[in-house]
Design a protein around this ligand. Sequence first.
Ligand SMILES: [Zn+2]
Length: 208
Amino acid sequence: MADSSQPTPEPAQAPLPTAPSLSELRLPINQLAKVNAALAGALGEAGIGGQELNGLFAAGVKATCVACGLGLTGTELGELALAASEDHDRRLSPRLEKLRLGECPRNGCESRFYQVVLTAPGRFDRGWVLGRTQQLIAGKREPLLSMRPSLSPETRRTTRRLAGIALATFFVAFVAYRLVFFRSQPIPFVQPKSPFTVEPTSIDPSQR
Ligand SMILES: [Zn+2]
């Protein structure tokens, strides 16, 4: 009974894509708008989704200027991503507007690079997540695919159950159809035309 306190093991996950382990992710400022989607993609692959992912973005992600140390929150990174995606008339704060143009908002700071840091504790490999984020920003694969709000086990189970029900329904309908089909035949396996019918042309005229 020594191991009874151990939590139930997680369902086996697909092997993670190979990515370098980074202690820090340094990016040009004009790439910051891509961090949100890429990081969400990497975390999704690491098995982080839903509430946990939201919480992480709210409090566990930070980007800081490599020169002056000015900090951005995960929420601000999200706003940058939104502004880059479509709504150009979306009003950004002056500070985010400056970042959107690729510059550090701090007066007099000439830096063009920010460093993304994961500050929240989590049950994932931070180095891998940062490395994978870098890959996704570089366009290794469309990160939006993995951003689907974790249609996790429950949804998948429901889908499978529905598919089973549909299959069973189809089978019952098929059997019912076959039964009705055979019952509607006058007599099974008898051709409508009698085999004893004689073709008039086949009769020898001399025998008439
Ligand atoms: Zn700066």
